[in-house]
Design a protein around this ligand. Structure first.
Ligand code: MN
Ligand code: MN
Length: 270
């Protein structure tokens, strides 16, 4: 059940309306990392969730995001209002000015309509929580950029509140994921193939003119990791039959046979 209370979760006051900044704010209203996307993602994950404790959290946070949508919508509306009548202001967002009469629409800052494609919902709780952690991190950085481009104290204050709440949610999602007690690499129930899972392919090699380096780090060295140097080099000079054998050897199981060629196919086979 949803109930609307005629008060904002956080009071919004602005100085001078800034239509161009109002247009930027739409990114958090109807954009990919915006408040509607967050509200829908968590609420619908909650509807699908069979774990009562985490479902409660998803519904709490999903509902709070709707309150954020109301705040950012109010803020954007204040800044976009002059686009209704003022030609110079209208140029900041012609779509809002002409089609929307200066009111906010569920579009991003470029006028692209909001889409359910923004939502990441898999029905697997730990996988969904990882998407939620990433979504909060994206929302946080977008708010930070908006704050950096803002010179109005009242607007900054509201954005600081919204940005802070994203970190609060990030903490909650991280704690919820942790509390499931799953090995972080255990996704679903089918285990990965043991002979393949620890191979690291050094597929980008050499050193670039701009200082690009070929490097080792915890991701390609350390316990159990087998570093495979430039695995495509022999493939690039091989016949298709040799490529087939190489793939079989690497993957460790049969593939459909490829017609044997004697000519090297270095350009085609990557
Ligand atoms: Mn939010
Ligand atoms: Mn959030």
């Amino acid at each position: 059940m949803y109930h609307h209370v005629k008060a904002l979760m956080y009071t919004v006051r602005i100085g001078q309306p800034d239509p161009q900044f109002g247009n930027m704010l739409l990114e958090q209203f109807g954009g990919a990392n915006g408040e509607l996307a967050a509200a829908m993602q968590y609420s619908i994950q909650g509807l699908n969730c069979t774990d009562p404790a985490r479902k409660d959290m998803l519904m709490d946070i999903g509902t709070e995001e709707l309150s954020h949508l109301e705040i950012i919508g109010t803020l954007a509306r204040m800044h976009l209002k002059p686009t209704r009548k003022n030609r110079t202001a209208a140029e900041a967002d012609p779509l809002i000015a002409i089609a929307g009469g200066g009111g906010v629409a569920l579009c991003n800052s470029q006028g692209a309509p909001w889409t359910a494609d923004y939502l990441k919902i898999t029905g697997e709780l730990d996988v969904d929580l990882r998407s939620d952690i990433a979504a909060e991190a994206r929302a946080k950085i977008v708010y930070e950029r908006l704050i950096n481009f803002c010179d109005d104290a009242g607007t900054k204050d509201a954005l600081q509140f919204l940005m802070t709440r994203e970190i609060t949610h990030l903490k909650a999602f991280m704690a919820a994921l942790e509390s499931l007690g799953k090995d972080p690499l255990q996704i679903g129930s089918i285990p990965p193939s043991p002979e393949i899972v620890n191979q690291y392919f050094n597929d980008s090699t050499g050193e670039g003119e701009d200082g690009d380096i070929d490097t080792r780090g915890p991701w390609n060295e350390g316990e159990g990791i087998k570093f495979v140097e430039a695995p495509s080099t022999p493939i690039a000079e091989a016949t298709e039959e040799e490529v087939r054998q190489e793939i079989q050897h690497t993957v460790g199981r049969g593939h459909r046979s490829v017609a044997s060629q004697t000519e090297p196919r270095s350009k085609r086979i990557r």
